[in-house]
Design a protein around this ligand. Structure first.
Ligand code: GLN
Length: 284
């Protein structure tokens, strides 16, 4: 006889074991996130109701979802959610899934904004809009240009702006890096693609995320270099550029910046693991 009923507790254990056997990281958490998604309940409810039985339809959906995850699809795409900077973002295959390390760049931006007035910001390569929306919720007087080359990404970003009630202060522009920015701004913030071509497969193992958001060319710096080439005249005096970079790209990027803008102030910020993560340039 085919097993058609299963309790929450058993479903969790089944998911955990299945993921562990396939070397998926955090198997327990993954099973929990996916089961909560299928049952549409919070974590507390899940653990209060461990004895409740899944309906046949719920069980079937859960099995399907486990299969998608086993095929390499990220949980964030399956559930449509990812938390970033304490906010819930809608994500799908059209955008890169926000990474926790990008919060460092957002924190650095808020620090800069606490030291001097920041009225106009440009977020370049906005993707899901995680950076632009996070900044908009904190800097309630700032206007933000959110730029992406991908129309599809801008659709997702606009949805996230609506979700967090900041649509009136974010202007979405489609185009190449700084090209569509109509005026000089106080701050440019950018998490551009910076993965080396040769390492692309490691990062985007199953090819679910848009390569456009990750691929930085041969040395990973193609897009960053292009943005720096467009920078002249786009920052107000005293304005700052903040860019996320990859581990080990710090000296190369600061060198390009120092060559292009000899009279600027540069700072390199590492992440918790001690890797280069954010570079900032202040125009003096
Ligand atoms: N930090 C991302 C990763 O390695 C790369 C994001 C990017 O290219 N901006 O998965």
């Amino acid at each position: 006889m085919i097993e058609t009923s299963i309790k929450i507790k058993e479903a969790l254990e089944h998911g955990r074991r299945t993921f562990a056997a396939s070397d998926i990281e955090d198997p327990k958490l993954e099973a929990e996130v996916l089961l909560r998604h299928v049952l549409n309940i919070d974590r507390v409810r899940l653990y209060l109701d461990t004895g409740r039985e899944l309906s046949a339809a719920e069980y079937a959906t859960y099995r399907l979802v486990l299969k998608r995850r086993l095929n390499g699809e990220p949980s964030a795409y399956i559930t449509g959610h990812r938390e970033f900077f304490g906010l819930d973002f809608y994500v799908d295959y059209r955008v890169l899934i926000p990474r926790p390390e990008t919060e460092i760049m957002v924190e650095t931006a808020l620090e800069f904004a606490s030291a001097r007035p920041v009225h106009l910001i440009a977020d370049i390569g906005t993707g899901s809009g995680a950076v632009a929306v996070s900044l908009a919720t904190r800097l309630t007087r700032a206007t933000i240009y959110a730029v992406d080359i991908s129309d599809e990404a801008l659709t997702v970003a606009a949805e996230n702006a609506r979700k967090h009630g900041v649509s009136d202060r974010i202007r979405f522009l489609r185009g190449d890096l700084l090209a569509p920015i109509p005026e000089a701004v106080d701050m440019i913030i950018a998490n551009l693609p910076y993965v080396k071509e040769a390492e692309l497969r490691e990062v985007n193992t199953w090819g679910y995320e848009p390569a456009l958001a990750l691929d930085g060319g041969k040395d990973g710096l193609d897009v960053i270099r292009r943005l720096i080439g467009q920078l002249k005249g786009k920052l107000k005096p005293g304005g700052a550029l903040l860019m996320e970079i990859g581990a080990g790209q710090g000296s190369a990027v600061t060198e390009i910046l120092a060559d292009t803008f000899p009279r600027s102030e540069l700072r390199l910020i590492s992440d918790g693991a001690g890797f280069d993560r954010v570079v900032t340039l202040t125009i003096t």
